[in-house]
Design a protein around this ligand. Structure first.
Ligand code: ZN
Length: 261
């Protein structure tokens, strides 16, 4: 009944979808989304003591309809979009994970972060038909899912953390715990969007901390963390969060973002 009165709309073009659509992407948009072509936005070429992300997985190019949909998601209270963004990101993570050899346990987040294995070239848009809770037959490749935090004041003004909504969906899909409050953003840190790149880097490393009182913080040692954000324009935020996680003992941090330019 609710769906009859308020039909679901495609998050990209806002056309009404047929009743019962599992994720909110219409067929024409599914066929024309700017998918992120490679497996990784960033692949580790890091020094062993570098504490940034080991790898960063990206689902979509931040352009056109994707950019507009993410803006509505963040600034126009379309919190429900998070479910569909999570489904799109899960599909990309699943592809990258499935490409790794072995039983699945050695995939992307396998012990000690093994070398990246390229997946098959992306021949056609790959949109999941739905996001069932038990879609994955793979062994868990991450121990927990965390998200890039918002400052308290920003969270208050928006009403939700857009990265957390996507991350919670991803955690549910992979059936691993969601550590939504593990990372904390320093209230005093300057707003990223008003800073130049060099300033952002310096600023980011000071801006993130582990919530010491969080239950996941006490058990972080040796854990493989999937760190979710909505948009990565530079990698400074993801790397700063990864450094905080590794500073508390995380063995491996794989970033996962919905979109990047
Ligand atoms: Zn559409």
């Amino acid at each position: 009944m609710l769906e009859f009165l308020f039909p679901k709309k495609c998050i990209f073009c806002e056309r009404a979808l047929p009743a019962g659509a599992a994720i909110e992407v219409c067929a024409p948009c599914a066929g024309s989304l700017p998918l992120f072509a490679g497996d990784y936005l960033m692949e580790s070429g890091r020094a062993p003591n570098d504490r940034g992300c080991d790898r960063v997985i990206c689902a979509l190019r931040y352009s056109g309809t994707v950019r507009a949909a993410l803006a509505r998601y963040k600034f126009r209270a379309r919190r429900e979009y998070g479910h569909t963004f999570a489904a799109l990101l899960c599909e990309k993570i699943r592809r990258v994970t499935a490409a790794a050899p072995g039983d699945g346990a050695s995939g992307v987040g396998g012990a000690g972060c093994p070398p990246a294995i390229p997946s098959a070239p992306l021949a056609a848009p790959s949109i999941p038909a739905s996001m069932p809770a038990h879609a994955l037959a793979l062994a868990p490749v991450f121990d927990l899912v965390a998200c890039v935090p918002l400052s308290r004041s920003r969270a208050r003004e928006r009403g939700y953390n857009q990265a957390a909504v996507v991350a919670a969906g991803v955690a549910k899909y992979f059936e691993v715990p969601f550590a939504g409050r593990l990372l904390l953003r320093d209230e005093q840190a300057l707003r990223q969007s008003s800073l130049r790149l060099a300033e952002r880097r310096a600023n980011a490393s000071a801006a993130f901390r582990i919530t010491a009182a969080d239950a996941f913080a006490r058990a972080l040692s040796g854990k493989r963390v999937l760190l979710v954000d909505d948009i990565a324009t530079s990698l400074s935020t993801l790397n700063a969060c990864a450094a905080a996680l590794k500073g508390h003992g995380a063995a491996c941090v794989i970033g996962a973002v919905v979109a990047s330019p």
